[in-house]
Design a protein around this ligand. Structure first.
Ligand code: ZN
Length: 201
């Protein structure tokens, strides 16, 4: 078993259970060539969620809960995904900092004293609300241990695949430098050529 959405873009998973947030974002039709939207319809979304929750439970070393989605959950899940992409982009660079303020996201969770007296947050709610709770708990944890800033989406907005930046200075911009990085270089090169040509006329 592996993360169902991230693996299809040949990307390494983020550490521990932050990989769930990455996998959720990677349900997007991202990458080049484009993958399919894993939240396009109910069977696809349910299949993704079942596999992702199983993987999450393994990473968290807890028992997984079966979450049943309904048709009405899909629109909320897709909106949640758009919000999370905005949140990741806002955290990754100053150029999109204003996006952060437009995002209003909340979820409920249950705080429980677990083993060795450690308080932990457990997801609560049904359907898409449970998924939102699960994701926000992971983001909260990642922000506390400072790994959140390393979760990024590809700078190529037509791609937007989510990757975890393990570079020393957290400077990675592309999900795959050989694909999206080269494409950007080529486009910049063509733009310079065009500018030179128009100046020469
Ligand atoms: Zn990319």
């Amino acid at each position: 078993m592996s993360w169902p959405a991230t693996t299809r873009y040949q990307l390494d998973a983020a550490p521990a259970s932050l990989a769930l947030v990455q996998d959720f974002v990677n349900t997007l039709p991202a990458g080049i060539p484009r993958g399919t939207d894993l939240l396009a319809d109910l069977p696809a979304a349910q299949a993704w969620l079942d596999a992702a929750v199983e993987e999450w439970a393994r990473a968290r070393e807890v028992a997984g809960t079966a979450v049943v989605l309904g048709e009405a959950d899909l629109v909320h899940l897709r909106a949640l995904r758009t919000d999370l992409v905005g949140l990741i982009r806002a955290g990754a660079g100053a150029d999109n900092a204003e996006e952060e303020h437009r995002i209003s996201l909340s979820a409920t969770s249950l705080l429980q004293v677990g083993d060795a007296g450690r308080v932990r947050a457990l997801p609560s709610g049904k359907g898409w609300r449970y998924v939102a709770s699960l994701l926000l708990i992971e983001i909260y944890d990642a922000q506390r241990v400072n790994t959140w800033r390393r979760l990024k989406t590809c700078r190529n907005h037509r791609c937007s695949a989510a990757f975890f930046d393990r570079s020393r200075n957290n400077s990675r911009a592309w999900h795959d430098v050989g694909v999206c990085g080269n494409l950007a270089n080529l486009q910049a090169h063509r733009a310079r050529k065009r500018a030179q040509n128009s100046q020469g006329q």
